[in-house]
Design a protein. Sequence first.
Length: 573
Amino acid sequence: MKTFVAMDKQREIEQEKQRRERLEAEEEDPSYRTVLLTTFVIRKKRCRVYFHRGALIWETERSPYRRWTLSLTDVLTASFSNDRNSGGTINETFRYRERDSIGSNSSPSTNGSTNGALGFVLHYAARGSKNKLSHHSVTMKHDDPRQVASWVKTLRNYITNLRHRPRKILLFVNPFGGKKKGLEIWEKRVQPLMNLAGVEAKVIVTERAGHIHDYLMSCELGSYHAVVCIGGDGTFSELFNGLISRTARDRCIDLNEPDVDLPRPDIPVGMIPSGSTDTLAYSLHGTTDVETAVLHILFGDTTGLDVSSVHSDRELLKIYASIFSYGYLGDVIRDSEKFRWMGPQRYDYSGFKKIIANKGYEGEVELLPETVHPAACTRCTKNCSRCDFRMHNADRTDDIPNTLTVKGKFFMVNGANISCACSKSPMGFSPHCHIGDGCVDVIIVRHTSLFNNIRMLLRLTSKEKTLYDLPFVEVYRAREFTFRATSSEPSETTSSSFESCVEAVEASNGERSEGSLGPGSRLGSSAISVWNCDGEVVDASSVRIRVHRQLLKVFTRRMQAPAPKGTSCFCLL
Ligand SMILES: Nc1ncnc2c1ncn2[C@@H]1O[C@H](COP(=O)(O)OP(=O)(O)OP(=O)(O)O)[C@@H](O)[C@H]1O
């Protein structure tokens, strides 16, 4: 209890400090003190428009009186509008994809020339349902081009002074992941918005697995403000593994050292989802919507994301951001690679096979659990107090009791860095998991009946229920844990008759079966599984997992509570 009171107090002090720093910075910025007041025509109505202290406020001059506010932190850009004809229907609220011209360099939005413009277009983002952000725009008309020019200049100056917004981005596009739409997403949905916001992107289309990692190890990074990928969780994993390896090399840090503190990259990272599950995007933004992810990047707000290192006895195997999972999910990811041609459906197919097979794996988990059970914590959303507190406070060890050992036969063992929610599992493995508290949620599912496996799967697809209270599931929150496979009885866990039949059919169709690696092969043995590490296979029977608190700065405004009705949006005029 005392700890919580101290946490609240500390948080208040931190927030007050940040507020004062922000105010001081704003006082020094001349564009912040600028006041503009002009009457514009907006959607055929005369409106008084004010700009002051980073906010646009406008209100109708005549009845019915209405007033709206829009923070410039939600504005992408202001551009001159020379389109006199659009005055007939001044309703300019539209989605950018409905206007081909937006984003092209010849568009009046980006050419910077006033040409005696009698209006300007404000491009901004508005919240929709289910955490989605979308691009809107509105035209403000005025008879005097000098007024228009003054407004555009002031708004642009203000936006340029938002220094946390990236201006130059290194962007990797994976054309292969998910439904293979990475390139199309770049061309049709990302590039137009980036052009509009005046962001320069150096685009690398990946040619093979490992391309991002290799590129990051050798490229010049100093001129970029962000490194971003269009891809799934596997692509993002390659990106931050490469970035951390690069940072370690530049700082002469040996990542294979088991007690190493991973180096913190200076450059923020972003992810535009185009994979099969896109767990990370869903857990961060509350949606896998592409436009939302792009806007989060363009607005430049970042949050600290924990990552966990996975070491074997001798070396660093991988760093992960979402989940590290042994047993069932390891089997699924290994099996599903053979069925990539199915697209995202491959997970359903392999998942079904492996549920029916119901294999159990002997092992031993050792961890340092926190005293608080994950279910007793708040959920991690925008302005999360737990993550805020952990960001500014060193780890306390006095609230950790002794090491805990859990032995047995497991259906799966998971270390979740984030809730692992996705569209198919809206609550995820651990809905109360925090993205930046320096902990993983260790979710241990005992080997049990097929009926219970199905109960667990149903829970995973539920919008309300969690795994926490299932009698064969144990959940702990820890800063590190180890796992050692102890299986010695391959005969107990060899393929079930169902799986043998399916594998025989697959073999006759030319699909390589796991058993085809031959006797004695570890992959061929069912007694030991593999790990699913952010969607990629890691083969190791003894591992140590350590969390590195908020190591990555990732672009996100996080998911928020639903927008109250009647909030500012030009389309309501
Ligand atoms: N041109 C390419 N050809 C083959 N593989 C590639 C290519 N470019 C990237 N890859 C690899 O493809 C793998 C899978 O991509 P990704 O994880 O983004 O998609 P996914 O597995 O469909 O989605 P998710 O991880 O969200 O389920 C990555 O590990 C990446 O290294």
